[in-house]
Design a protein around this ligand. Structure first.
Ligand code: ZN
Length: 549
């Protein structure tokens, strides 16, 4: 009889493909799943009786922003504790490579404030060198990288608000080709953020043709997720259709101000699929976001140095223009700005404001009524006082849309968070990012166990084999002999997301700062135990994955 390194015995095995669980033993050897057999039949040097708990592929988080935080916390605490074994990075156009010497400072400004941390050396220039640096001394989780459109633009033309010249576009294409050769899985855009929002559709199509040559995908934080959501989904589909590559629409819940619910954007996706276009979607299950207050300013203004932003807001004439620009929203700004545009000040709660601490915990609506001022003036004055340090929670998504998206077969589950830790720089000040800690357990707890929104096997499919298929990872996201042993063992009865903050908020916020979830009992990455009950083992078996290798 074979003796394997590790056997998980007496589990309820969920293969990740959407099939209902079955009882069995699963053997791990040399980083792979080597055998799955009836309960009690396999033997290992180490046998863990999982006692009828669920055994599932590790969760593949297809939309994260862990590009730099993993340098600071290689243990990937918040990710691996919630069962994520692979993070896709380079999303929303944001990637920390490639870099040109000419625009290094622009790239560092783009990643402010994390860019100043000593673990981030900025000594890479190509994407391949960045991935080597990221692999470095090890990571707790795997990483699958995307090229970022904004990074390419910054490397060639900084934050210029115009279309590239032909030589500039050719330079971007050459850098993208080199980045795809380094093993990125596709190209992402962020078309509401500077500098991505300065790009015309044609520019992206030209770049996507390079990606198509390498069989990569196109993923997009589309050009507006509110008033323009349907046009923006249509643009993403057109880019994929014209350039000839699959499309992934990122975190596609309609935000406050959208003219429709999620069934309208999903209808566009269904129609495209019926026409033979390979279009899929991801979404997370949180109804709020905590960006900086300055992130709600018009993109052109965000581009300027902090002192200039403040002087613009101090001058009554330009302040008035900024206000008009936010309301007009001509170049669609990111989702949370819809609350500013539509005067939903009661949905914006101040979380950090180091130089106006009396504002913390209050909504802009209540600050305005207390002081008898216009809410826009309260908003601008908080930015003048606190610069980029003012952060607020924006409640901007209707939960109905989250359910609609969860139930659609072409929608997978992502966090849109990043690998964090409740200690060190990544917790100073504590970020508001419940998705980074509790996305997958939260789905299992709220939308599988407590409410009949999804079956267990369908939820697991959306967290495992579906994102793996989207990326072309044939040996992950599935439990079968020969697959890599990225595995989560969880107890559905005990599972609890301890980073929740369901609307309406009361201050101080429930479960903040965040804690690790309960019920995720074992997590293996490439066959190595990383989470053992309450403990992180300190092992760093994660791999930087490169497409085609
Ligand atoms: Zn995004």
């Amino acid at each position: 009889m074979n003796e394997y390194e590790i056997v998980l015995s007496h589990g309820r095995i969920l293969d990740g493909c959407g099939n209902p669980w079955f009882r069995g033993d699963l053997a791990i050897h040399a980083g792979q799943i080597v055998e799955i057999a009836p309960p009690g039949t396999l033997h290992g040097k180490q046998t863990i009786n999982v006692d009828d708990r669920y055994v599932s592929p590790g969760f593949i988080d297809i939309h994260t922003h862990s590009d730099l935080s993993l340098f600071i916390n290689r243990r990937a605490e918040s990710a691996v504790r919630q069962g994520a074994t692979t993070h896709v990075i380079g999303n929303c156009g944001m990637a920390p490579a490639p870099i040109t010497d000419e625009h290094l400072a622009d790239m560092q400004a783009y990643w402010d404030p994390i860019s100043g941390q000593p673990e981030i050396t900025w000594d890479w220039r190509t994407y391949s060198q960045y991935l080597d640096a990221l692999q470095g001394d090890g990571l707790a989780i795997n990483v699958a990288p995307l090229a970022g459109h904004a990074a390419l633009r910054i490397a060639v033309m900084g934050f210029e608000d115009r279309s590239p010249t032909e030589p500039e576009l050719n330079k971007m294409k050459a850098l993208l080709d080199e980045t795809m050769q380094a093993g990125t899985f596709g190209l992402s855009t962020g078309l509401v953020y500077p500098p991505g929002c300065f790009a015309a559709t044609e520019e992206i199509i030209e770049l996507c043709k390079v990606v198509a040559k390498h069989h990569g995908i196109y993923t997009s934080h589309i050009r507006g997720e509110r008033e323009t959501i349907l046009e923006a989904v249509a643009e993403a589909i057109r880019i994929g259709e014209t350039a000839g590559l699959p499309v992934q629409v990122s975190h596609n819940a309609p935000k406050y101000g959208a003219p429709c619910d999620a069934s309208a954007n999903l209808r566009l996706v269904d129609e495209a699929r019926q026409r033979g276009l390979d279009v899929t979607v991801d979404n997370d299950v949180h109804t709020d976001l905590a960006p900086t207050l300055s992130g709600g300013l018009p993109q052109e203004l965000q581009n300027r140095p902090p002192a200039e932003i403040i002087s613009t807001l101090q001058d009554p004439a330009t302040r008035h223009q900024v206000r008009e620009e936010i309301v007009a929203d001509r170049k669609p700004a990111f989702g949370p700005s819809g609350l500013l545009k539509h005067g939903q000040w009661g949905r914006i709660t101040i979380l950090h404001a180091p130089r106006t601490p009396q504002a913390v915990g209050k909504t802009i609506a209540s600050l305005a009524s207390e002081s008898g001022r216009d809410p826009f003036d309260v908003y601008f004055d908080l930015i003048i006082a606190n610069g980029h340090d003012a952060v607020a929670i924006f409640d901007y998504i209707d939960e109905t849309n989250i359910r609609l998206l969860l139930q659609h077969p072409a929608v997978m589950i992502c966090s849109d968070g990043e690998a964090m830790a409740p200690y060190g720089f990544l917790n100073d000040p504590p970020p508001y990012s419940p998705c980074s800690y509790g996305e997958f357990p939260g789905v299992l707890e709220r939308y599988v166990r407590d409410q009949p929104v999804l079956t267990l096997q369908e939820a697991i499919r959306k967290m495992t084999s579906f994102p793996a298929q989207r990326l072309g990872l044939a040996d992950r996201g599935i439990l079968k002999p020969g697959a890599k042993a990225d595995i989560v063992v969880f107890d559905l009865e005990r599972i609890r997301d301890r980073a929740t903050n369901l609307y309406p908020h009361t201050y101080p916020f429930e479960n903040y700062p965040h804690q690790y979830p309960e019920g995720i009992d074992y997590v293996f990455v490439n066959g190595v135990l990383v989470v053992d009950g309450e403990q992180h083992t300190g092992s760093l078996p994660g791999q930087v994955l490169r497409m085609g290798r």
